[in-house]
Design a binder for this molecule. Sequence first.
Ligand SMILES: Cc1cc2nc3c(=O)[nH]c(=O)nc-3n(C[C@H](O)[C@H](O)[C@H](O)COP(=O)(O)OP(=O)(O)OC[C@H]3O[C@@H](n4cnc5c(N)ncnc54)[C@H](O)[C@@H]3O)c2cc1C
Length: 464
Amino acid sequence: MPHIVVIGAGITGLTAARRLLAAGSDVTVLEAEPRVGGQLHTAPHAGIHLDVGAEAMYAAIPAPVELARELGQGEDIVPAASGTTWIRTERGLRPLPAGFGPAGPTRLWPVLRARVLSPAGALRAGMEPLRAGGTIDDDTSVGALLDRRFGSQVTDRLVDPLLGGLHSGDVRKLSVTAATPQLAALARRHRSLLLRRRRPPGAGPTFVTLRAGMQSLPAALAAALPPGALHLATPVARIERAGAGVDVTSEDGRSWSADGVVLTTPARVAGPLLQAASPDAAQAIGALRAASVAVTLLSYPAGVRDDAPALAGTGMLVPSGRGQLLKAATFVSTKWPHLQADADRQDGAQRFHIRASAGRIDDERIDALDDTELAARVHEELAEATGLTAEPREVAVRRWPRTMPQLEVGHAGRLAAATSALQRDLPGVVLAGAPYVGPGLGACLRSATAAVERLTPTLEELTT
Ligand SMILES: Cc1cc2nc3c(=O)[nH]c(=O)nc-3n(C[C@H](O)[C@H](O)[C@H](O)COP(=O)(O)OP(=O)(O)OC[C@H]3O[C@@H](n4cnc5c(N)ncnc54)[C@H](O)[C@@H]3O)c2cc1C
């Protein structure tokens, strides 16, 4: 049986392990932390459990939801409440218009009515059907494409807070083909993004989560591994070529001989791990940037809702141009009613929970603040935006240093350089996960499947 070592027990690594086992391989999973899940992390806070990493699955991308069902979690999939998402503007909070997705407007009228754009900006956006054309390749940024089509106000006031916020990135640096392949495909296929024929929006929620928190998805994957396959608290220190195979050594000196390796750690770890055996791959991976982000949980007395009607919405987005630390906030108690029900059941402590995200690429300010200072700044910005007056009773900060991958212009070239150097120096080692395909569970699952497919010829050779 071929033996494959999977490095990292996040959603990518554990999904790859599942697919490899199904293909008949012997699998070892090595994980640095004492828990599985990586960026899927559910932690106790103020008497309940809240996600401090990814909080939701986008229902339009079926793979993560299908995986949860495959693992027997169908009954635990819960929808987000429908409600207003606010955008912070210079004139206060405005609702995110309907007909607006991460990649720009699909319907103009709701965007105009939302009064996020100035009259001149709205007029310019309406000229999109006349502004088609232009090349779209890996050197085209999302911002450049949307500036050309809709004008810079759509980019700055709507796409930046939504898509830029999701990626913690600069939309004028993110590659349209790497970070938003669907937008690139649509823009190539249709003369106008506004006039193209659209399928009517499907019924059902936009976002769903898992009742016990998103970490329950990797936990279920881990529970399905054969006994002894998963090694927690086992950071890998070295990957070396050993004849036709690969040797993987952990920091505590244990070693595993493998026929193949799926490497799913963040890029800041993958580069140094490959440095000795494939300096060219390490260099190409070293050029992949990632933003540091921090999630702050703030729990207010439940009555806070009465002072701040905006908290009846599901959350808010903040454009980067406003100079604030906050990039987005989820009004957890409104968006995820099941969590409030849990809190009510458990101790009756009435709280209104907010989950606030800060940190963007090339903005180091969160690193200069300790957790108390960061929580205080985030609270001030929330209070200023929503009008809430109470102080939070419980706060917690979870930092994700250099974690949010930036699929910037030229990404495809850097990835190709890393992949071909690996094929030459360490055949049998494949890269997978968010650093290469971007944040988002759907992309990570596709990446895990693609990694296993790339190993398939090796596996077939070994089994025949
Ligand atoms: C704050 C935040 C919010 C997000 N929100 C959403 C969301 O709502 N919806 C969504 O779809 N996506 C969201 N994402 C993105 C999504 O969570 C990630 O893209 C995805 O979980 C990445 O999975 P992965 O397995 O590729 O990487 P990771 O989860 O980073 O897993 C890599 C694993 O490698 C391990 N590792 C590191 N070094 C070593 C070593 N030396 N040896 C062994 N193991 C090692 C790590 O401990 C980790 O467990 C969010 C991300 C963050 C940070």
